[in-house]
Structures are given as C-alpha cells and as structure tokens.
Design a protein around this ligand. Structure first.
Ligand code: SP5
Ligand code: ZN
Length: 341
C-alpha cells in the first residue's frame, strides 16, 4: 500500500485550552512522524509526496469564504501586532446572529470555529492545505487503479464542516477526498469513520445527500466530545435520509462491543455498494489514549483492518486522531496491515 506523506505538517504545532489552561495540543507533530517511521519499519510500501492542488478543490465541500479565512487569518492576526496563537474567544451560539461574517479577526475566529482546539499559527495554512492535498493525492492513486492508499494527514479533518473548524481540524480531508472521488467519476462513495470522536464535520457536509454514505462509530456524545452531534437518531435529511448512520458507544467499550458494531457498520457500507470507500482512521480508540475512553488493544486494530477489507472495495485511509504517541504508529499501521491480510 502506498503512503502519501509530507514534512509540511511540522509547520503546525499549536496550543489548546485544556482543563482551563493553555497547553501544547495533544495533536502534535511527533504523531505523524511516528506513524511514518512504522510504515517504513514494517515495509508497508513506498512513501510518496503529495501533488499540489488548487484550493478550489477544497471549496467543493467548504465555502469559499471559509477557505479564504483559513488562508488569511494569521496575517490579519499579525496585523494587530499579536504574536501568540490565534484562538477564538466568542461564539455565535443560538440566538446570536450567525448570518453576517464579522470583519474583525476576533469575530471571524469565533464565527468559523466550534471550539478552542483549533489555534491558527504562522505555519497552519501551509500544513492544512498540504494535509488536504495528501488526501486528494491518495484518491488519485486509487483512480490510477490501486486497491488502497494511506493519506498520512496531519492536521486531521473530520470535525471540520463546510464553514467551521474544530477539534484540531481545519479542512475536512476525508470529505474533500470523497468529493474528489465523485468528481472523478465514482457514482457512490462511503465514508467509514472509526476515530473515537464523532465525525461531525463529515456528517454535516453530506447529511442531505444520497451519493455519500456516512457511517461512524464513536464515543456516545452524551459523554464524549463533540457532545452536540453523533446521536443514533441522526439518519440523514431529505434525499440523504437513510444515508447517515451513527453507532454511539459507551465509555469503556472493548473489542466485544466494538467488533460487533464495526461488523454491522461494514455490512451497511457494503449494502451501499460504493465505488470507493474513504476510512477516517483514528486510533484514539486505543486503551491508553489520553483524551478518549475506549479500550481497544493493539491487536484489535489488525481485526479492524481485516473487517474493512471484507467490504471488498477500493479504500483510501485518511489519518485522523490518536494521541498515545508511543503506540500510534503500531496501531495505525496495524489497521493497514490487517486490511492487506
Ligand atoms: C481529530 C480528533 O481526534 N479530535 C479530537 C478533539 C478533542 N478535543 C477535546 C477533547 C476533550 C477531552 N477531554 C477529556 C479529558 C479526559 N481526561
Ligand atoms: Zn478523535
């Protein structure tokens, strides 16, 4: 399996608000480099560089003004003489106006963010756009006839929706790749999201559509981030009714509960008969993850890969979360090795 990777991710290393204190993000550069090292240690296959795509490709699933905001935010922040990470401080909740884009950068940050886990720094845009290009390159690899590919994306993407960032995510790499698959001729695409956290952004982007099936296994939002989406009764809207399926699982879920839910999820994906499958690959379901609450063992990730392979569809793996850095390489690459059989 080819891996698409770039060192550009290292340009993004930010801080987040954690338990009331600003700290370095759990989503840190060593994550991607640990996974890359494991890819090479097991001889998974060649590691290739991404092609550069035009930002108009990102605007197939994001709004143009949101992509422009991401590109320009750091410059606007710096114009005010600020040097630390750009972070939102106010959000347009419920009865506040969310239909007018503010001009001031402090207003814009809140307008385009769902939380305080998405700081913008000097290198963020370059890292973010390269991460999306990794996913687009991975989709191009499938279109060229490969059965699978691994986009080693960082920053991750699945919390980012058409017009907002959140949860370490800026551009939705998996959604951008899924849309590129359709634009390249696929009639049906499925996104299977196995990150511990619900992929609220991907769900939101495709919620009213029947050409992209979204299926997600995650910590129950009653107990787990992102709290405000990911319940079982969210099954799609309009033409998309029946094309969204959530499997909220309790804290402490181990392979017993997880394997059964995954088998059911994969049956649903196979029934959609997708021309291409995008897997949002998070390994924060691991028992030792510092911010998540499932109990999967490293060997369970081999089983996940084998179960996904059973769908029998060209598959693009897009890296999402996973914060137990020492084990993230083994766990992520176990999914890929399990897939290859
Ligand atoms: C891509 C991805 O995995 N994003 C996750 C973002 C989660 N951000 C907030 C997590 C807060 C968890 N707090 C629980 C603390 C447990 N000690
Ligand atoms: Zn996650």
């Amino acid at each position: 399996m080819l891996t698409v990777y770039s060192t550009a991710h290292r340009l993004h290393h930010a801080t987040e608000l954690k338990d009331g204190v600003l700290k370095p993000c759990f989503e840190m550069p060593s994550r991607a480099d640990t996974i890359r090292a494991r890819v090479q240690a097991v001889g998974l296959g060649d590691v290739i560089a991404p092609r550069a795509f035009d930002p108009s490709r990102y605007a197939r699933v994001h709004s143009e003004r949101y992509v422009r905001f991401l590109e320009q935010a750091w410059g606007e922040w710096r114009e005010l003489g600020r040097e630390h990470d750009a972070l939102p401080l106010i959000w347009p909740v419920r009865d506040l106006r969310s239909d007018i884009e503010p001009e001031h950068i402090d207003g814009k940050l809140g307008f385009y963010a769902m939380d305080a886990g998405v700081a913008i720094t000097a290198g963020t845009w370059e890292a973010v756009r390269t991460s999306a290009d990794l996913a687009l390159t991975g989709m191009a690899v499938l279109e060229a006839g490969e059965r699978s590919a691994f986009a080693l994306c960082r920053p991750p993407g699945h919390h980012a929706a058409a017009e907002y960032m959140g949860g370490y995510c800026y551009l939705n790499n998996a959604a951008i790749a899924a849309q590129a698959g359709l634009d390249g001729g696929a009639r049906r695409v499925a996104v299977l999201d196995i990150d511990f956290h619900h992929g609220n952004g991907t769900q939101s982007i495709f919620y009213a559509r029947d050409d992209v099936l979204f299926v997600s296994l995650h910590g129950d939002p009653k107990q787990s981030y992102p709290y405000f989406l990911g319940h079982r009764d969210e099954t799609g809207a309009g033409a998309g009714l029946g094309f969204n399926h959530n499997y909220p699982l309790a804290h402490g879920t181990d392979w017993n509960g997880y394997g059964a839910a995954l088998a059911d999820a994969c049956r649903r994906v196979a029934a959609h008969a997708p021309d291409v499958l995008v897997v949002s690959l998070g390994v924060d379901t691991f028992k030792g993850d510092p911010i998540s609450h499932f109990r999967l063992e490293s060997e369970d990730f081999l089983r996940i890969g084998a179960t996904i392979a059973g769908i029998g569809c060209p598959t693009l793996f897009v890296m999402e979360g996973g914060y137990m850095v020492d084990d993230i390489g083994v766990n992520a690459v176990n999914v890929l090795c399990g897939f290859e059989g």
